[in-house]
Design a protein around this ligand. Structure first.
Ligand SMILES: [Zn+2]
Length: 335
């Protein structure tokens, strides 16, 4: 059984229809528990006092099935843990989000999974069922009494980005932004931060709003097929996440010394008509800035302008269904 977990991605893909829960001791310090397909939890054998000093860490990938680099990154970490090459000092839950879409090499099968992490997602789609399952698993995981709850949801962007790596900080209802977490992101080589201004149905927003976790969506670069990712680009995040798992505490750079660029969301543009069109190059990178007054998008009865000089575009996608976000705009912000 343990050797089957050596390639957890392959194991999960092969067991999609016939999954059986498991719990196996890896050694005297650690056990591996699987309660759903594509999900593996590492539990160190700790006293209650030790547990209270440790962290609960969720690392997820593959919420969009074609975003392969983070899947390779986390799958390698799991292999190293199984082979006792990577020590685990905290409770760590690894999640591969959307296995059928990974097999199909598509972003999703029926609908975008990363819009469905809220309890009123009642659609009977493959993704809605998976979102409900993952919310239950994360809730159970975060019930354990530990010092800190963390969730990093790893993605890659559809289009290139002027700021290749960036993180979305979910809406935290007026609480102060956590500078240690921002320094942690900087240590992962993520220096562009987008502050969300409203709750959404993303996985990271769920962990943040429902479980008070420090939680982020991490965008690590452009989508490539399996095997074509330049894994050298991910050395910093790989090293920092491995440190997070294996050390009692991660040594972080001083916040003041981090080269962070922080942006606030200015407009969330929802597609309302079939003829919704973007007014910039189809391959314009994320974070391309526009002068005030530039037409960014239009549709019957609506024209959307840049309201501020330097307003920049993120996640443009005119092909979303009506009622979904087709474009975000952001402006620089000091926290
Ligand atoms: Zn994604």
């Amino acid at each position: 059984m343990l050797s089957e977990l050596n390639n957890f991605l392959e194991f999960s893909i092969h067991n999609q229809t016939a999954f059986a829960p498991f719990s196996i001791n890896i050694n005297k310090q650690l056990k591996a528990v699987g309660n759903a397909v594509g999900v593996i939890e590492f539990v160190p054998f700790q006293s209650q006092a030790e547990q209270r000093k440790s962290k609960s860490i969720v690392l997820s990938c593959g919420v969009h099935g074609n975003e392969t680099a983070p899947i390779e990154l986390l799958n390698n970490m799991i292999t190293d843990i199984i082979n006792a090459d990577l020590e685990v000092q905290h409770n760590v839950l690894f999640i591969i989000g959307n296995l059928p879409s990974i097999s199909g090499e598509t972003r999703f099968v029926e609908e975008n999974l990363n819009r469905l992490f809220h309890y009123d997602a009642k659609n009977d789609t493959l993704e809605a069922r998976r979102a409900n399952e993952l919310m239950q698993i994360v809730s159970a995981f975060f019930e354990r009494k530990t010092k800190e709850r963390l969730h990093y949801d790893l993605h890659t962007a559809i289009r290139p980005s002027k700021n290749e790596k960036f993180a979305v900080y979910p809406f935290i209802f007026g609480k102060p932004y956590d500078k240690r977490q921002l320094a942690f992101l900087s240590a992962c080589d993520i220096n562009t931060i987008l502050l969300s201004q409203a709750p959404t149905g993303t996985f990271s927003c769920y962990s943040s709003s429902q479980h008070n976790a420090h939680s982020f969506t991490m965008e690590l670069g452009k989508v490539m097929p399996f095997g074509e990712n330049d894994m050298k680009k991910f050395l910093a995040i790989d090293k920092t996440l491995r440190n997070l798992i294996s050390a009692q505490d991660v040594r972080l750079p001083k916040y003041e010394e981090c080269p962070l660029e922080i942006y606030n969301v200015n407009q969330t543009i929802i597609k309302q008509q079939e003829d919704f069109a973007l007014h910039f190059d189809a391959d314009a990178p994320n974070f391309t800035a526009f002068p005030k007054g530039s037409v960014l998008a239009s549709e019957t009865q609506h024209v959307y302008h840049a309201q501020i000089d330097g307003e920049a575009i993120v996640f443009p996608n005119a092909d979303v269904p009506i009622g979904q976000r087709a474009l975000l705009t952001v402006v620089p912000y000091e926290i």
